[in-house]
Design a protein around this ligand. Sequence first.
Ligand code: AMP
Ligand code: GLY
Length: 422
Amino acid sequence: MNILILGSGGREHAFAWKIKQSTQCNQLFIAPGNGGTQSCGTNVDLSVTDFASIREFSINENVEMIIVGPELPLVEGIVDFFENDEQTKGIKIVGPDKNGAQLEGSKAFAKEFMAEFSIPTASYKEFTLQNIDDGRKYIETHEGPYVLKADGLAAGKGVLIIEEKEEAIESLEKMLHGQFGEASSTVVIEEFLKGIEFSVFVLTDGEGYKILPVAKDYKRIGEGDTGLNTGGMGAISPVPFVDKTMMNKVEERIVKPTIEGIKKRGMNYKGFVFIGLINVHNEPYVIEYNCRMGDPETEVVIPRVKNDLISLFDSLFNGTIDETKIDFKQETASTIMLVSGGYPESYEKLKTITGIDELKDVIVFHAGTKIENEQLLTNGGRVIALTAFGENHQEAVNLSRSAAEKIQFERKYYRTDIGFDL
Ligand code: AMP
Ligand code: GLY
């Protein structure tokens, strides 16, 4: 099968690395890819939201399956675009249609979906400029901290957690007046939940499903979970505090009703549901849905999957996902993300990266890298994810950490405490 992966991060390199091991993969393309994906297949210079060019490329190269890494093409309707075209409707796209992608694309949609299907989540209200006074009143009559969420996609920056009433009201006003553009023309204010977060990934064809290994992501830039939010600074899988009892609760109360909801709403959903969860006194609540895999969670989840990834994806299109047995490595996987100094704010690019060739015992997943004149250079905030296995999370993280020390580039930064809080 000829396969196209859309995206350019560590997540897409992890998919490419795994797909390259599949006997079913004929040609592998990654658009636009990065300095690492080009060792697994062919990088193609296409934007992930340029559907017309992706269509033309797919027809010309006989692409039979497209794996969509990031959310944007899904929220913009790539599945619908391909479905509605005689020449491309047969192409298998791993990802939901526009309607399904709303689970990530609109917080208000997701909250309303959870309410309809009785899925445990923080209580909430939504506000627009029309009822801004109700929003002010809501804050005045509730205790903080206040969780303010821009309804639409805001590059991971649209959630504000604020202690003080006054400041929360000011932020609500700013958001509704366009702080995040169109994305914050509706704002969801929800109850603050205190607990520890983890992520569950479900592969579904809209009826049947399989749950993939659980993971924990470290979102903040600083040690001890301090400082600004990032795309993710590291991850581990499995997660010690998520035991069988917790996973049973997650499956019964959250996964099953979510899949039921997807079916009842008639979503064309053949792909990943990434459920961001919080454990509050041993009860799971949904923080958010994403319609794709996580990054860097993919860099620990996919290496633990023993199955052939193409066969697994194919089972979404031939109705066999329920019968498919998924096998996981029992060891713990960890990943540490090396980032450019300054990230998640401004940072420099095009720094020479050295030391990769000497690494043993880790899988190197490139994120923001590129190769120019045979030289590996930084090309983004998150640069490289270093994945390792161990008998437990400490053993795995120690391997990721010693690899992190050995790679060099100017203003390299990484968190040394990934996995050590557990
Ligand atoms: P989201 O984009 O919805 O995942 O929110 C980003 C981050 O904000 C989450 O990873 C949580 O750390 C935090 N967060 C979101 N909603 C809540 C909530 N209701 N209570 C506490 N923290 C939250
Ligand atoms: N690591 C979190 C995300 O991919 O959304």
